[in-house]
Design a binder for this molecule. Sequence first.
Ligand code: FE2
Length: 242
Amino acid sequence: MMGSYIEIKKKKFMQTIHYYLLSGLFALLAISCNNSNAKNKENDNTKKSVNMKFEKVALPYATDALEPVISKQTVELHYGKHHQAYVDNLNKLVVGTKFENADLETVVKESDGAIFNNAGQILNHNIYFTSFKKDGGGEPKGKLADAINEQFGSFEKFKEEFNAAGVSVFGSGWVWLAKDQDGKLSILKESNAGNPVTSGLVPILGFDVWEHSYYLDYQNRRADHLKEIWKIIDWDVVSARY
Ligand SMILES: [Fe+2]
């Protein structure tokens, strides 16, 4: 009798052990599934951040091509870090908004707040960085040259007026040459991320007067930077915008 009682106890003990072992196994399986789901979600997010809609324009020259007017270090930071940050910010900000599938110019024209600031800066810098070339400079060409001479008297007078406007932008911003639908030119001062497209105008040339564009090379001397920058303009590209 005693022997069979011990056998029953033993059996019950083993059943309990099995029960706990199986429960543990299921718990481990559940945790593993959750981790795998989380990993998949993480991968989806990574894919989203890789498949970004807005991109910065490709730099059409080497990062040291604009020296000594703009140093390699400034181009690397300005194009590589500042411009990239605007692109990364906008790609995150538009998710779930009506701008998710809009083109950049539409976003600039129709948005406000953080979306406008980042979209405006992408458009501005795309125009800015494609306005230069190694050993650029000289004078505008074709119809743009004629329009500048007609409206400002001469290229030299236009440059003076443009630089004076750039120097007088208070704080961070841009100075622009823009045209209206009749081809009439104007010089515009814009603060922060402003671009002439928001006034229905076509941007022809824009100088960045945010300190990040010149401080490493010219420190506080914005006027000196604006005098030098004419030496690297790619007038073939800029004149074709007119
Ligand atoms: Fe900039």
